[in-house]
Every structure is written in structure tokens, then in C-alpha cells.
Ligand binder design. Structure first.
Ligand SMILES: Nc1ncnc2c1ncn2[C@@H]1O[C@H](COP(=O)(O)OP(=O)(O)OP(=O)(O)O)[C@@H](O)[C@H]1O
Length: 672
């Protein structure tokens, strides 16, 4: 008999517990830290020279603190001996050294902050490049395994770079300080040195044991704060819908729930910080009497002077501080570890995606027929279906040179190692990650580009699955051919997968079987079900997705496009083509759909994909827009429910549920 399957709640709890345990594993954290930090030091120009400069300034600063310790020793001895001349000599010496040291002390902080900022800029740009490449932002959104990527990119990178640098310099300076002041201390009284060694080791071990839990609590805190902020952003984005529904009550409950969850976790954190503080505070206060109680007897017997007592006290402080870095910074260190984990998750996701793409590409290279046994011979299977930004044959924005420059090759290699580990050993983290990313054993739809980029579409035995972990089959065995210039209407009950079929065509969804051949994305234009207005001016809306500086559209063309969709008055009403507005709130849904049509006419594609993009238009406007498309000879595939749509198409495809047949027929007069 099989044991009963654990309930989903219990399963989630167990999974969270396992992940919490992994987050505390120092070896894993270190590997993660190194994989995130390494590319900058390896590939960014000038990075190593900058850190060398910061280290140099740090060394000088450390040397200066030794000089100050000797001046201070003689200062106290002069006081003890009541030697006025010596006292003023030390004061003068102190002032001169301070004057020379000041620029170095200030410059050190400045150089460190600048380096942290440069590192952040480099790393953020690298992640942004990856985030927008191969539609990673879309995949993250669809798979839902990496929460709040925006927070990770905006805040975790910033914290990572500045804290890494701070810790690196602290550790380095501590080592140098340690050597300098240990020598001083050892010279004064070796016994002091031994006591110090025991004391600091004891402190580090106890602080680590007490504070370990804080790593996971900090990880959760970052997530909960980001969830809370996201709920507020959603309210801002959907303010009007919520206001119509009078949904404030429900929204308030949800927002407060997220906030309370963050507060509860923070409370836990505060409790653990308090527990840790019981120890760290007593540890810090004991330092004031510990060295004195050991060295004072020597002073009372007259073996040493007061200056030596003060110097040994200072040296003890320095060395102990160096040895107690973990005790003193545990709180910050645990926040830092949490940040590493979140950033690591995001980067692992990105690498997994690139590794996935590369694996598929190399598999195709070895076996060109592997995806499409009945495919058209001689086709360039360069499009891996994962949504490259430019999928014209042979072009990949992430070619080898680019990957090397940004260290992605390292990341991919790391990911592959992880995958090996997941299959050869019982590594829960690796398994988890692979499961989240879709892992081995996946089936993918093969996507090919038509020869010479002609606007033909051939779909063969296409079975499509949802991209989430359930991989629900939406429809099976769909085949059709659309010749250049032909117009296809896809109809079917709500939820059968009509929009999803378009997603498969665009390469957004690629889980399933069968093959798709279509023109390159650069000669296709998609009008999605929900109109989208980018942040920017009216001109930028119209030429979207082409960046303004790359667009060759003239003002006359923009006006003509607006006239076609009956929006010619829009620039006058909104203050001109260069006016910035929040277009998705100032335009009605129908206006946004018409604006999208205007974009389509400016983009002049060979093939247009229209997903219920005229649902908010009146019948007369719909007719005008479709007639224009027909006259301009653009082939298109539409999805829609309205009977009026039939007259603008040549073929209708009635999509069936899984297991059911699909009905494809030419549209004649009277079809509906
Ligand atoms: N990201 C996703 N993960 C899992 N399932 C999804 C996802 N997006 C959509 N689905 C599901 O896939 C199914 C098909 O969705 P699709 O949008 O293709 O339907 P449709 O036929 O276009 O419906 P409608 O006519 O209502 O627009 C739906 O049941 C939907 O819930």
C-alpha cells in the first residue's frame, strides 16, 4: 500500500523548511556570492585597477592608525611624567600627521563609494540586458517561480554591491590591522594576546549559533516587503477598475494582510536581534575591562608606563574588533546573505534559460531533423522558439562574444553543474530549481523561419501545454497552412486556447509538441488582447516597438495613420506628438485599440496577428480597419467572437478541446 500523499500545505511547509535550511548553508552561500560577484571583476574594464586603488588607500589608512597609536602612547606617557615639552611635541606631531592623513582618510571613503556605484551600474545593466533578452521578463512572469524581480534588480543589486565592497574592505583591513596590532600587543604582553584569541573565538561561535535563524528571516523580510509594495503598485495601476467596483474594502484587506505579514516577520527579526544583542552588548562592554584587568598588575608594580597601558588597551580593541567582525556585523551579514540568495535565484533563472536555449540549439545541430521529422528540408532552424529578440536566421543577440563579455558562459557552466548534481545526487536545492525551471524531460515545440522570410505559416501536429508546472494540454494535433496574404479567423469557446495558439506562434509559449513555421518576428506584428501603451510621448506610442531614434516614420505618416483610425484630433487634444501622458489612463479602451491599429499600419508587417483587438470598437470602425488591411495586402490571423469578423477572412479555424478534432474550412458568403 502506498503511504498517503502529503497535503499541499504540508508539502509547501516542508519545502519552505528545506529551503530555509539551505539558505543557512555557508558553502552554498559562498558559491552563490562568488558566481554573482565574479563577472564584474573578470570582465568589466578598469574594475581591478579601481579596487587596487581602494586597497592602496586602505593600506595607507591602516598604517596611519598605527602611527596614531604610537603618538597617543607618548602623549599619555608625557602626561604621566608631567613632561610639558613632550606633551606639546606630541600635540604638534598629532596635528601634522592628521593634516597629511586627512585627504587619504576622506579619499578612501569616496573611492569606495564610487567603486560601489560603478559596480552597481555595470551589474544592473547586465541583468537588465538579460531580463529583456529572450523575453526573460515574460518567462519570469509566466512561471511565477521568482517573485518580485523588480525589487531584486532595483534594490538587491544595490545592496549586494555596496555591502560586498564594505565587507571585503573590512575583512582586508581587519587582516592588516590584526597583523599590525597583534605585533604591538604581543610585544607588550603575550598573555594578553592569548586571552584575546580565546575571547574572540568564543564570541564568533556563540554569535553564529544565536543569529543563524536571522538569515532566513531576512530573506523572508525582503520578499514580504516587496509583496506589500507590489500590492500598492497594482492598486495604482488599476485605480479606476477598483473605484468602479468600490473594491477599496477588499483591496485594503489584502494590502493590510501583506503589510501585517511583513510586520510579523520583522517582529521575529527584532526578537532575534534582541537575543543576539544580549550577547553582543555584554561582549562589547567586557572589552573595556578585560585587557585592563590583565595588564594593570604590571603597571602597579611599575613594570610598564601609563602610555603602554593605554596603547595595549587600544591594540586590544583593534585586534578584537578585527577578530569579531562576524559578531559585530552579524545583523548586516544576515541581511546580506538574504540579498545574495534572492539575487542568486534571479540569476539562476536567467542562466537556466540560456542553458536551456543552448542545449536545444546544440541538440538541433547534432540532429537537424530531431524536431520536425516531416519538416521542410534545408530550413535554418535558428529560432529556438524561446523568443530571441531578433530571430532572423543566424542572428542571436546573445552570441558567444556577448556571452563571454558578460560572463554568462560562466553562469551557464555553473547551471549545468547544478543540473548534474541534481541528477546524480540528492541535492534538494538543485532539484527544486530544476523543477521550477521546467527541468529535463521537457517537450518543446519546434519553431522554424520560412525560407526567404516569406509570410507563409505552416502549423503541423501542434499540441500546446500551459507554461506553469501543471503543463495542462490546451489542444492537440492542430495542423493548418496559411499562404502569403491569406486571412485566417480562429474561433472557439472561451478558454480553449485561441490566444495561446497565437502565443505559440510568437514563440512565447513553447511547451508541447509539433512544429510551427512562420516568417521572422521582425516582419510580423502582434496586436494583443489587452492594448498596451508604453511610457512616453504620443510619437513613441505610434512607432512602438521601434525606438524613436530608429524610426523613419515622418509626421505625415503618423497623421495619416491617426486619420485612418479616426484619431486625427488626438495630437491637438493632448498637446502635440511629443506630449508625455499616462496613455493607458487618458485614452478609452476603444481609443487604445485604434491607436494599436495605427501602430500596425506604421509598422507595415507582412503578417499581422490580431487577438480580439477590435472588441471595443463599433462595427463601422472595425470594418474600416479590416478593409484597410485587406487593401494593403497584409495577411493576418485574427481571434475573435463577433460574427461580423467572418466577412474579413478567407479561412475559419474552429479550435476544439483536447482530444477533439479541429474544424478548418474556407469562408463563403453567409458563413458564421
Ligand atoms: N500563464 C498561464 N498559466 C497557466 N494557464 C494559463 C496561463 N495563461 C492562460 N492560461 C489558461 O489557458 C487557457 C487558454 O487561455 P487563452 O487565453 O488561450 O483562451 P482563449 O481561448 O483565448 O479565451 P478567450 O476567448 O476567453 O480569450 C485558459 O484556460 C487559461 O486559464
Amino acid at each position: 500500500m502506498h503511504p498517503a500523499a502529503p497535503s499541499p500545505d504540508l508539502e509547501t511547509d516542508l519545502r519552505e523548511q528545506a529551503l530555509a535550511k539551505q539558505r543557512q548553508d555557508p558553502r552554498r552561500l559562498w558559491a552563490l556570492f562568488w558566481s554573482i560577484a565574479r563577472p564584474y571583476w573578470r570582465y568589466a574594464p578598469g574594475a581591478r585597477a579601481s579596487i587596487a586603488w581602494v586597497v592602496f588607500l586602505g593600506l595607507v589608512r591602516s598604517g596611519l592608525s598605527v602611527i596614531f597609536s604610537y603618538i597617543s602612547r607618548d602623549f599619555w606617557t608625557a602626561l604621566q611624567k608631567k613632561d610639558v615639552a613632550m606633551f606639546w611635541r606630541q600635540i604638534t606631531m598629532f596635528s601634522v600627521v592628521l593634516l597629511c592623513a586627512l585627504p587619504i582618510l576622506v579619499w578612501y571613503g569616496y573611492a569606495k563609494d564610487r567603486l560601489a556605484l560603478t559596480w552597481r551600474k555595470w551589474h544592473t545593466e547586465k541583468i537588465l540586458g538579460d531580463y529583456f533578452a529572450k523575453r526573460t521578463y515574460y518567462e519570469i512572469d509566466q512561471r511565477g517561480t521568482v517573485d518580485n524581480p523588480d525589487q531584486r534588480i532595483a534594490e538587491d543589486v544595490k545592496a549586494f554591491t555596496s555591502t560586498s565592497l564594505m565587507f571585503f574592505m573590512s575583512v582586508l583591513m581587519s587582516c592588516i590591522d590584526l597583523v599590525n596590532f597583534s605585533i604591538i600587543l604581543f610585544r607588550i604582553y603575550p598573555k594578553l594576546f592569548i586571552v584575546l584569541g580565546f575571547y574572540s573565538t568564543f564570541g564568533t561561535v556563540v554569535a553564529t549559533l544565536i543569529g543563524r535563524r536571522m538569515i532566513n528571516l531576512n530573506f523572508l523580510q525582503l520578499r514580504k516587503e516587496a509583496d506589500f509594495r507590489y500590492s500598492l503598485i497594482r492598486i495604482r495601476e488599476n485605480a479606476e477598475s477598483i473605484a468602479f467596483y468600490s473594491g477599496e474594502g477588499r483591496e485594503k484587506v489584502e494590502t493590510e494582510r501583506r503589510f501585517d505579514s511583513a510586520v510579523l516577520n520583522q517582529l521575529d527579526l527584532i526578537v532575534w536581534t534582541r537575543n543576539l544583542a544580549f550577547f553582543t552588548t555584554s561582549y562589547a562592554y567586557l572589552i573595556q575591562i578585560l585587557p585592563l584587568s590583565i595588564i594593570a598588575p604590571l603597571y602597579f608594580t611599575g613594570a610598564i608606563e601609563l602610555g603602554v597601558v593605554s596603547q595595549s588597551q587600544q591594540a586590544f580593541h583593534h585586534v578584537l574588533e578585527d577578530l569579531s567582525l562576524i559578531v559585530n556585523e552579524f545583523d548586516r551579514l544576515s541581511q546580506f546573505s538574504a540579498g545574495i540568495d534572492r539575487l542568486g535565484e534571479l540569476e539562476e533563472f536567467i542562466y537556466a534559460r540560456f542553458a536551456e536555449g543552448e542545449d536545444r540549439r546544440s541538440k538541433n545541430a547534432k540532429d537537424p531533423d530531431s524536431f520536425d521529422k516531416g519538416g521542410v528540408p534545408g530550413l535554418d532552424d535558428s529560432d529556438d522558439g524561446s523568443g530571441g529578440m531578433d530571430d532572423s536566421p543566424g542572428v542571436d543577440v546573445h552570441d558567444a562574444g556577448f556571452a563571454k563579455m558578460y560572463g554568462r558562459a560562466d553562469g551557464i557552466a555553473r547551471y549545468r553543474k547544478l543540473r548534474e548534481k541534481a541528477t546524480s545526487a540528492d541535492d534538494e536545492f538543485a532539484h527544486d530549481l530544476l523543477l521550477a525551471e521546467g527541468g529535463a524531460g521537457d517537450v518543446h515545440i519546434s519553431t522554424k523561419i520560412t525560407p526567404n522570410g516569406e509570410s507563409k505559416v505552416v502549423v503541423k501536429n501542434l499540441t500546446l501545454m500551459t507554461p506553469d508546472k501543471h503543463h495542462r494540454v490546451l489542444f492537440e494535433d492542430l495542423s493548418f497552412t496559411l499562404e502569403p496574404g491569406q486571412r485566417l479567423l480562429i474561433v472557439g469557446p472561451s478558454g480553449t486556447g485561441k490566444s495561446s495558439a497565437l502565443r505559440a506562434l510568437a514563440g512565447l509559449w513553447n511547451r508541447g509538441r509539433g512544429s510551427v513555421m512562420r516568417p521572422p518576428l521582425s516582419s510580423m506584428f502582434f496586436l494583443p488582447q489587452r492594448p498596451y501603451c508604453t511610457l512616453g510621448s504620443l510619437r513613441e506610442q505610434l512607432v512602438y516597438p521601434t525606438p524613436l531614434h530608429e524610426s523613419s516614420a515622418t509626421e505625415e505618416e503618423l497623421i495619416a495613420a491617426l486619420e485612418l483610425v479616426n484619431l486625427e484630433k488626438l495630437p491637438g487634444r493632448m498637446g502635440g506628438f511629443d506630449e508625455f501622458r499616462d496613455w493607458s489612463t487618458v485614452l478609452s479602451l476603444g481609443e487604445q485599440q485604434r491607436l494599436a491599429f495605427a501602430r500596425l499600419t506604421i509598422g507595415r508587417p507582412q503578417l499581422a496577428i490580431l487577438d480580439e483587438c477590435s472588441s471595443a470598437l463599433d462595427v463601422a470602425s472595425e470594418e474600416r480597419l479590416y478593409s484597410h488591411l485587406r487593401e494593403s495586402g497584409i495577411g493576418y490571423i485574427s481571434v475573435g467572437h463577433r460574427p461580423s469578423l467572418f466577412q474579413y477572412h478567407d479561412i475559419v479555424l474552429r479550435l476544439g478541446a483536447p482530444g477533439a478534432a479541429h474544424d478548418i474550412e474556407p469562408i463563403g458568403p453567409g458563413s458564421s
